[in-house]
Ligand binder design. Structure first.
Ligand code: FDA
Length: 504
C-alpha cells in the first residue's frame, strides 16, 4: 500500500501522549506523534506567541467565529468575547447538548491552556476510584516520577503573604477560615521564581499580565518544555502538527493503519495520509481517544472493541461559582492568573469539596471571589457515535450535575453566612446564575481502565493498541487531574514497554 510505516504512533501530545513518547524514545523505539493542533513557538505580528485573555484574537480559539470564554459576562454584559476568524487556535470549547468541555489544542495539549495546578490526589480517594491499581507503587514511584518530569514547584510562602498579586487569594482564605474551613497551598508547573521576577519588573509578565487560558508567553513549564522536549531529545521521536487522525483499522499482519488529515492553520485540507504502525498509543484526551475508538467500533474498522468504550465519563465534579465581597474587602486590581490556594473540605462526609481559589484578572477592582469547585458527583455520562455528524456525542444531562451544585452550594453557603456576603449572579452568561454547571475543564473517562482496557491501558479485543490519557480515569479524581494522568501513563507505559515491546 501507499502508507508510511513507523514502529510506534502516539496520537495527541497531551500528558498521556507525552509520557508515552518519552519512554518509547528512551527505549529506542522510533515514534511518530500526530497532533491536530499547532506547535506554538512562533511570535505573531505583536511579538507574542499567544494572545492574552483581555484582548483575544484568532490565536485564542479552535475554529470559532467568536471566542467562548468561560466567564463570558460581567453584570450580564458580554465583555470578554470578541469576533474572530476561524483558525487553529489553542483553546477549544467542544459544545455538547447540555455540557461544554474546554480542551487545549496544540503541541502540549491541555498544558498550553491550563492553570498549571499540579495536585497529587488524596491516597484514600485514589484507591476508591482506581482500586485495582497498586497505590504503594503509585505513591512510591509514579507520582514522584510525574512530579519531577512535570517540574512541579511550590510558591514561596513569605512572598505569597506580602505580594499584591495574591491579595485575592488571601481574602478568600480569610473568609474560608471564618467559616471554619481550611485552605492549602497548591503546587504548580508555573515557575514561581519567574513570577517573582515579573512582580519585580525584571522579566516580561505572563501570569501577571492576565495570560492563561489562551496560553502563557512565559513562565509556565508546559509539556513542550518538559516531557516533549525530553522526548525529542532522545532523537527517536518526531511530531507532526496539524495532523488529525480520523480512522483506525487493523491490517491482516496485525499492524494498524491510520487515515490522517493534514490541514493548514486556516483549516484548508492539504493532504490525506495513510500511516501504519505496530504499536498504537491513543493520547488524544477523554474526548479525542474515545471518539476515535467509538468511530472504529461503530463503523466496523475495529469491530471487536468492547461495549465499555464510551462509558464512565464525568466532569470531575467541576462547578464554578463566585461571591461578591463587601466594599471594605477588595480582591485587588492586580491578580496573578495562576491559582495558589485551594479550600480543602474533602474530608466532609456529606459534601466533599476541593475548591481552587481562582483569580479574576480583569485589570480593575471587581470585589469578586471566584472558585472552581471539584466535587464528588457519582453521575456518569456516555459517549455515543453520531453517524450523521461522524462524531462522538455526549449523553449527559444538566440535572446530572445537581449533586455537584448541591455540594458546592453547601460549602459556599457556609462561607457567605460566616461573612454576610452573597453570590454573584451575573458572570456566567445572560441568565441569573450563581453556579456554572454547564461547562468543565476536567473531562475524564470514556475508555475506563479495567473496563474498556486491561489494568494497564491495553485496549480490550486488540493487541498493541493502548489508551494513555484522561479517558482511563472513571469520571472523577477529586483534584485537578493532570498529575494523576501523567503518573498513570508512567505506570502503564513502563509495563507495556517491558512486556509488549522490549523483546519484540
Ligand atoms: P489532552 O487534552 O491534554 O491532550 C490531547 C491532545 O490530543 C490535544 O493536544 C488534542 O489537540 C490532540 N488530539 C485530539 N484528537 C486528536 C486526533 N484525532 N488527532 C490528533 N490529535 C488529536 N488540570 C490540572 O491538573 N490542573 C489545572 O490547573 C488545570 N487547569 C485547566 C484549565 C483549563 C482552561 C483547561 C481546559 C483544563 C485544565 N486542566 C487542569 C485539565 C488538564 O489540562 C487536562 O486534564 C489534561 O490536559 C488532559 O490530558 P490528556 O493527556 O488526557 O489530554
Amino acid at each position: 500500500s501507499g502508507s508510511t510505516f513507523v514502529p510506534a504512533v502516539v496520537v495527541g501530545t497531551g500528558y498521556g501522549a507525552a509520557v508515552s513518547a518519552l519512554r518509547l524514545g528512551e527505549a529506542g523505539v522510533s515514534t511518530l506523534m500526530l497532533e491536530m493542533g499547532q506547535l506554538w513557538n512562533q511570535p505573531g505580528s505583536d511579538g507574542n506567541i499567544f494572545c492574552g485573555m483581555l484582548k483575544p484574537d484568532k490565536r485564542s480559539s479552535w475554529f470559532k467565529t467568536r471566542t467562548e470564554a468561560p466567564l463570558g459576562s460581567f453584570l450580564w454584559l458580554d465583555l470578554a468575547n470578541r469576533d474572530i476568524d476561524p483558525y487553529a487556535g489553542v483553546l477549544d470549547r467542544v459544545n455538547f447538548d447540555q455540557m461544554s468541555v474546554y480542551v487545549g489544542r496544540g503541541v502540549g495539549g491541555g498544558s498550553l491552556v491550563n492553570g498549571g495546578m499540579a495536585v497529587t490526589p488524596r491516597r484514600s480517594y485514589f484507591q476508591e476510584v482506581l482500586p485495582q491499581v497498586d497505590a504503594d507503587e503509585m505513591y512510591g514511584t509514579y507520582f514522584p516520577r510525574a512530579n519531577s518530569g512535570l517540574r512541579v514547584n511550590n510558591i514561596d510562602k513569605d512572598w505569597f503573604e506580602q505580594t499584591e498579586w495574591y491579595q485575592f487569594a488571601r481574602v478568600a482564605r480569610q473568609q474560608a477560615e471564618s467559616a471554619g474551613l481550611k485552605t492549602t497551598f497548591v503546587p504548580n508547573v508555573y515557575d514561581w521564581d519567574y513570577m517573582r521576577g515579573e512582580a519585580d519588573g525584571t522579566v516580561p509578565k505572563s501570569a501577571l499580565a492576565a495570560e492563561v487560558i489562551y496560553g502563557n508567553n512565559h513562565g509556565k513549564v508546559s509539556l513542550d518544555k518538559s516531557y516533549l522536549a525530553a522526548a525529542l531529545g532522545t532523537g527517536k521521536v518526531t511530531i507532526e502538527t496539524l495532523h488529525q487522525v480520523k480512522t483506525i483499522r487493523q491490517q491482516n499482519d496485525g499492524t494498524y493503519l491510520l487515515t490522517v488529515e493534514q490541514k493548514d492553520p486556516d483549516g484548508k485540507l492539504l493532504a490525506t495520509k495513510e500511516i501504519s504502525c505496530r504499536h498504537l498509543f491513543l493520547g488524544a484526551g477523554s474526548l479525542g481517544s474515545t471518539e476515535l475508538l467509538l468511530r472504529a467500533r461503530e463503523t466496523g474498522t475495529l469491530p471487536a472493541l468492547s461495549s465499555a468504550i464510551g462509558g464512565g465519563w464525568g466532569p470531575n465534579g467541576n462547578i464554578m461559582t463566585a461571591r461578591a465581597n463587601h466594599v471594605w474587602n477588595p480582591t485587588g486590581s492586580k491578580q496573578s492568573s495562576i491559582p495558589a490556594l485551594g479550600i480543602d473540605d474533602w474530608d466532609n462526609p456529606d459534601n466533599p469539596v476541593f475548591a481552587e481559589i481562582a483569580p479574576m484578572p480583569a485589570g480593575l477592582e471587581t470585589w469578586v471571589s471566584l472558585y472552581l469547585a471539584i466535587t464528588k458527583n457519582p453521575q456518569r455520562g456516555t459517549f455515543v457515535y453520531d453517524a450523521a455528524k461522524d462524531r462522538a456525542d455526549l449523553r449527559w444531562t444538566r440535572d446530572q450535575n445537581a449533586p455537584a451544585v448541591a455540594a458546592a452550594k453547601s460549602l459556599f453557603d457556609r462561607i457567605n453566612k460566616a461573612n454576610t456576603t452573597i453570590y454573584r449572579y451575573d458572570l456566567f452568561g445572560k441568565q441569573i446564575k450563581a453556579f456554572a454547571d454547564d461547562f468543565c475543564y476536567h473531562p475524564l473517562g470514556g475508555c475506563v481502565l479495567g473496563e474498556a482496557t486491561d489494568n494497564y491501558g491495553r485496549v480490550s479485543g486488540y493487541k498493541n493498541l493502548y489508551v494513555t490519557d484522561g479517558s482511563l480515569i472513571p469520571g472523577s479524581i477529586g483534584v485537578n487531574p493532570f498529575v494523576t494522568i501523567t503518573a498513570l501513563a508512567e505506570r502503564n507505559v513502563e509495563r507495556v514497554i517491558k512486556e509488549d515491546i522490549a523483546g519484540s
